[in-house]
Ligand binder design. Sequence first.
Ligand code: DAH
Length: 339
Amino acid sequence: MKDKLESIKSQSIAEIDTVDSIQQLEEIRIKYLGKKGQLTQLLRGMGQLKPEERPVIGQLANEIRDMISEKIEETAYCLKRKEREKRLRNEFIDVTMPGRTKKLGNRHPLTKVLDEIEDIFIGMGFSIVEGPEIEKVYYNFDALNHSEHHPARDMQDTFYITEELLLRTQTSPNQVRTMEKQKPPIRVIVPGRVYRSDEIDATHSPMFHQIEGLVVDKGITMANLKGTLELFAKKLFGEHIQTKFRPHYFPFTEPSAEMDCTCSSCGGDGCHICKNTGWIEILGAGMVHPNVLENCNIDSTVYSGFAFGMGLDRIAMLKYDISDLRLMFENDKRFLEQF
Ligand code: DAH
């Protein structure tokens, strides 16, 4: 019996030394110390021993059982520690690693310039209004004093929807819409999309953007027009910018003019942007035609006003030295990310 006990001892210890999981260890515990385990079975046979042998063998058996239990516990502890270390190694987070940055979008160059222009006019007491892109022929042409045979009315230039409806070719119809709704004093700007039947190239697009301006009050003169637009040009392009007004024709203003600015790129010396003239055309303007005021039931002997209109895309192209209008509408991130 003693030999058997010794062999259980050495065999179990050898087995415990080779385990590499808690589960294997548990199997060994059951194999030797479990209810039907080898050691337990052996102790059950103690009755067959001689009475004087029993305490000796009993003590030895207890010692061996304690030893095996202890060895199992120790091994379990080591295994658990190893497992924990392995898990921690796998879960290791390097808090010094650079984070993943979220890419923020940025404003479209047209939106940027529009925001800037709106701020300038808001600073001068203007408010911002908007109007429909599908417009009545009446507002786009008739009420704006276009003669019946004005070339702009031509199907070749204008997208008609019906005989009375079209895609607005200018933001000017909102002069009339505003004056119908609101009595003077009026100071508004109207940004928006406009449409013309143009072929697409570096400077033309069937859809582009304009900003209209309208001021109506008692005693408004050409001096107010010039002062307002000069200040606007300096705020937008810089204090050093100079302006000049050339006579022009628009059906809805009389007199009419176009405003040029000294080229902000070359300062007026001449370059590719101003086609070596030193000047750049910025907008059309004029004193609101009495017919237009009367079309809106505003007494032209009491009130006068000025109006102006500019191409937003063109201004953005000048401000950011963009050479091709098509870039504005292609949504190429390499282009858009530059602003
Ligand atoms: N609507 C004109 C155009 O599209 C621009 C314009 C010129 C607007 C003179 C005005 C103005 O209000 O007074 O060419």
